[in-house]
Unconditional design. Structure first.
Length: 538
């Protein structure tokens, strides 16, 4: 097992590995912030601000409304909303009522929505009004008894809604306090993307999520001034990265969330120029878009001091180009839904090693073990499966004991990610175990090839997958998006790769596209490309 001091010896005096995580519910965390920063802005939505005191009042009102319609402790209540002030009210209102938040991606189709609602057993749902017909089409298959619609345009109301958000708040009467056991009681069912099969609900307790917020705050405590920062929150709050790094960390710190419902490049740059955010959690595709904007420097982007990148690997060349163009510093991190989500980060106060996701957060242990039995630690620099232990690790998967047993072993979370630890405790993530390409007996990690492709002057985005090959078993295919005004053909790309990587890694097929399939967070959907290239059954 990795010695905690291997990496913690790099931390300056004043940082603690053994954190004192308060035994509070998430809603109590909000109430503590209100005591300190009640009159400070909590949310900023296109210039309309809500203070922490106003947020707290609305949370109690929403919780009371839930109690009036019969929601009890432990019931699941689903949220299917874009980023907006109502999201924070609803999220904390559900928790205040003692219920469990079921996070749902607004982009899900009816079949996917039906599965999550049935699997979670959600009794009520708060849904963006434009999506209400989608719920109605599958509602008979679910346990949904009440649906509350949220409108971002006052003039738009869906046909025959159960109850609109403003109407629901009028139900508020007296609130009945609910006792929460933070280490035992669930706060959130965070459904995984289902990349290895059907989607699974990671059971995150109040303590899991608060622990991750406290861990994240610890490493930024000398760079984030509580009550004075502005966090540009364009990462969806239903995504575990947005939930923790945008919403919950901001609320813990008493900072302002500048909420945007989607990533629109021109809008994001205009908001940066107007509001001057200081923190910008993002994903690589967002940084790609900003980097390739011809006038990015004209939007006063230098107000942003902290750019923490997550959700997908950040190509080194992209990171360097973004920093050259903007003057900001990108701190790449790593996490997963099952860990609330952050486990690693390149810290602002230690050496940043490009190409790594940094060191484990305070209170977090990390090992890299053999890809076979998964019991023996590999040597520094060698590849293996990354496993994690810490207070942010989930309780298990909702109603899936077999999956839980495979993933959680003796307190360790087996991530399914392949990586390596160096002598200083910095972690490098190479790929998912399932993404590894085996061609002619050689193990090929897509990220190794993608890093080289990103260095080609014409390439804007790159993703590498394995496709069937009669001789080699699999062969390498590259799918590329070129920069505006740049040209390249398959022969040029293959020749470039031959000059910069081992022969067995060189793509044999190159496809050019106008855009790549992405999740709502902006993460490239490698799985979708693999499925497109899979042979069809005869």
């Amino acid at each position: 097992m990795e010695n905690k001091q291997t990496y913690f010896s790099h931390y300056p005096t004043g940082y603690s590995h053994d954190l004192n995580i308060p035994n509070l519910s998430l809603q109590d965390m909000l109430h503590e912030t209100v005591k300190r920063f009640g009159d400070h802005p909590a949310t900023n939505f296109y210039g309309h601000k809500m203070t922490y005191a106003e947020l707290q009042k609305a949370v109690f009102g929403f919780a009371s409304g839930l109690q009036q319609i019969g929601i009890e402790k432990g019931d699941r209540v689903a949220i299917m909303l874009p980023n907006c002030p109502q999201y924070a009210i609803v999220y904390y209102g559900i928790l205040q009522a003692g219920a469990i938040v079921t996070q749902i991606n607004p982009m899900l189709v009816e079949r996917e929505l039906s599965y999550i609602l049935k699997d979670s057993g959600s009794k009520a749902m708060i849904i963006f009004d434009a999506l209400y017909p989608k719920l109605q089409s599958i509602r008979k298959e679910t346990n949904i008894e009440s649906a509350i619609t949220v409108s971002l345009q006052a003039e738009f109301t869906p046909q025959n809604p159960d109850c609109t958000f403003p109407q629901f708040l009028t139900l508020s009467q007296s609130y009945t306090p609910i006792e929460i056991q933070p280490k035992e009681d669930l706060a959130v069912l965070q459904y995984t993307g289902g990349t290895t099969g059907r989607s699974k609900g990671a059971m995150l307790t109040h303590f899991n999520i608060l622990a991750n917020v406290v861990q994240s705050h610890e490493i930024f405590k000398n760079d984030i001034k509580d009550g004075h920062e502005k966090c540009l929150s364009v990462i969806p709050l239903f995504h575990v990265f947005g939930m923790t790094s945008c919403m919950n960390l901001s609320i813990y710190s008493g900072n302002e969330m500048i909420l945007l419902p989607r990533f629109d490049l021109e809008e994001v740059l205009a908001v940066i120029k107007k509001e001057q955010p200081t923190i910008f959690p993002g994903v690589p595709t967002m940084y790609v878009a900003i980097t390739n904007h011809p006038q990015a420097e004209n939007y006063n982007i230098s107000s942003i001091r902290i750019c923490n990148s997550g959700s997908a690997p950040m190509p080194v060349e992209l990171m360097n180009e973004f920093e050259r163009k903007t003057g900001a510093k990108v701190l790449e991190g790593y996490g997963l839904s099952e860990a609330s989500p952050v486990t690693h980060c390149n810290n602002p106060f230690t050496e940043r090693k490009a190409g790594t996701v940094g060191m484990a957060l305070p209170g977090t242990e990390c090992r890299v073990v053999d890809l076979g039995a998964g019991t023996e630690d590999v040597e520094p620099g060698q590849l293996g499966e990354v496993i994690i232990r810490g207070p942010q690790v989930m309780k298990g998967y909702w109603h899936q004991p077999e999956e839980t047993e495979v993933t959680l072993k003796e307190g360790w979370l087996y991530t399914g990610d392949i990586g390596s630890l160096d002598e200083d405790g910095y972690l490098s993530i190479v790929d998912r175990k399932k993404d590894m390409i085996i061609a002619g007996g050689f193990n090929i990690y897509p990220r190794d090839v993608e890093e080289i492709l990103y260095e080609h002057p014409a390439v804007q985005e790159a993703v590498v997958i394995g496709i069937p090959d009669e001789y080699r078993g699999e062969t390498v295919k590259a799918v590329l998006v070129l920069k505006a005004g740049k040209e390249a053909d398959e022969e040029e790309i293959i020749t470039y790769c031959r000059e910069h990587m081992s022969a067995y890694k060189v793509p044999t097929v190159v496809e050019f596209r106008q855009e790549l399939p992405k999740t709502s967070v902006g993460k490239i959907l490698r799985r979708a490309l693999r499925e497109e290239s899979a042979p069809t059954a005869k």
